[in-house]
Design a protein around this ligand. Sequence first.
Ligand code: ADP
Ligand code: ZN
Length: 742
Amino acid sequence: MTAPRYAAVVLPVPVSRPYIYEVPAALTDRVVPGARVVVPLRRRSVVAIVTGLDVAAPPAGVGIKPLAAAPDAEPALSPSLLELGRWISDYYGAPLGLALRAILPGPLWSIARPAGPAPAAERLFVLTGNGVDSLLERDRRFKRAPKRREVYEAVEALGGSAPVSHLVRQLKLSQSALDGLVQQGLARIERVPEMRDPFADLSSPPPPTLTAAQQAVVQGIAATPVDTPVLIHGVTGSGKTLVYLDVLRTVVAAGKGAILLVPEISLTPQTVARVRGVFGDQVAVLHSGLSDGERADAWRALRRGERMVAVGPRSAIFAPVQRLGAIVVDEEHEPSYKQGSAPRYHARDVALMRGQLENARVILGSATPSLETLSDQRIVTFALPERVGSRPLPPVEIVDLREAPRIAEAGAIPWSEPLDAAVLGALERGEQVILLLNRRGFATFVQCPACGNVPNCPNCAIALTVHQAPPAMRCHYCGHEETIPDTCAVCGAATQRLRGLGTQQLEHFLGMRYPRARIARMDLDTTTSKWAHHHILERVGRGEVDILLGTQMIAKGLDFPNVTVVGVVDADTGLHFPDFRAGERTFQLVAQVAGRAGRGRQGGRVFVQTRAPAHHAIRAAAAHSVSQFAAAELPLRSPPNPPYPPRTGLVRFVIATDDHARTADLGEKVAGWLRRASRERLDDQLTVLGPAPCPLMRLKGKWRWHVLVKSAEPRVLGRVVRAWRAKSHRAVTVDRDPVSLL
Ligand code: ADP
Ligand code: ZN
């Protein structure tokens, strides 16, 4: 009789310490590091990941249970993904259980689903003809059936057919509208056995030839050692996507796999079609709107090497791609690559680490690279300084709102004559206009003209935003709602004034000012249903919209050649946030939206309205110049000024509890612990700031304070977050390399 073997397993919970189980002889072959196992825990069975084998026998008397099952023939996590999990846990100071939970998708943590083949699925095909092809006819056919039209156009956008379950469950379209379309003879439903892939029909072929500039970058990358990360710094419209696809094509042709990360908002059917246009069914799209079944299918197809290219947002960096050859991070400066809950990883930095672990090439791309990337000595930069087809970047006019003449009927709305004239001109010529206002709602806030009181959210201590449809004051952080007051709650004054401008009010104004223009608004409030955002963009693409206005959602990636005028209605909305990146975010936003203009033959112009025309972020954005911005911004983050990233490493400890005094007290304790650690163990290599109330001191009912820790030595910060991980306190979250300090 041989001695029993023991395995260490990690559960998807905020615990770093592994649990020990006995390995039954029958499971020995399958119980290897990275394998999923089912373990008994209290009265339940849960999925865990094996992290170690033949660990020391537990002390006598501790009841050790055997593993219940090992469901997979191959371990779910490869050795390098397991290693990546450990790195995330150590670098970000997150429990290993949470790091592994981020790596393996949700459905794989459930024991409910068998691993069998996908069942036959109902698929809806829309039929053409029947008059729906012409817009006029379509308006008529769907006149009294807007829901059917919504279904019809959603399926059309997905390439003409889609699984019924996807339409009903993910897109929340109505089953009766689907049935109605079938009865109307505009669609049919078939049972199709298939891997559940809602993107299966999307494909658009790439432009046939690379430009000389694109070719030069492709060759430059090929000549760069694989272990040297590269940045493609290409201006808006320079054709970065085609470069990515060409590099990846070589990788896939060599029998290797690839990951393409894009910001969630850019994962449109058009993007998917471009990638599928090159790689076809080799592609697995990891969209956040997938059902659990679809997600599990995509994951398994990658794990088995049936699909070699993964496309998706942040979490796609963990795709189990086989023989990984390259990782592309498009729009690498995007804050959405940072996860907002533990483990608070940044997908760009995880990509760099994964590339190193798997010897895969890492390619970052952006028109407005982050200062972190620009200052990273390891990264080699390739520039695409010109647009495809030698189209010029549009000239940008800065409009000083303090003195620019305004049109009479604008009232309090900042609408200058130059912008007005440009919009009128574009509308007359049948061209399109994009207007950015990075603030949703109707007005920013209500203010009492008598006493100056502004109603705040009771949970979040920020001003409530006024919405018109439906009318209410709403908190943009927690969703709290109140009716718009007629009288002041503090002094009782009878008239209340709406202050500041939001997208709803701008839309209203534009409707009055340009009565014949077709206007579409895109912000969080108009895009709550899945794909709503794609439908709006499709209408713009088909020329059914003259003016597209919206928040930062409209700033990125859009490629509409008929857009000749871009207006930034108020460039200052984020400029004065108490965050050291306020200038960088403003620069990126304005430069990105400016890049939407002039992509066609008619050229284009950009108007940036601001009360801070001399601010370096505004000036550099107007010049489309990242180097101009960096030259002005980096000294502000370097000594003798207090250093900030990328000049120093930064970790933020946020304390949040229900009670203000307790929060402040805990803040003192955290800061005290950090100062002691620096003095006693870290040769005083930490700078500890605070505790101080967070700029958003009250959020979702909690009081928030924070402590900031800086060090030029990454290793020192690593030791601090790991020491804290061992202590771990539920009211304290640790955020290394935070993207927001609010
Ligand atoms: P970026 O991502 O750099 O802003 P895109 O990749 O969106 O730029 O390309 C801008 C436009 O130029 C797109 O419409 C794209 O189809 C087109 N384009 C890119 N490369 C080529 C090429 N080699 N030949 C013709 N058109 C191209
Ligand atoms: Zn709130």
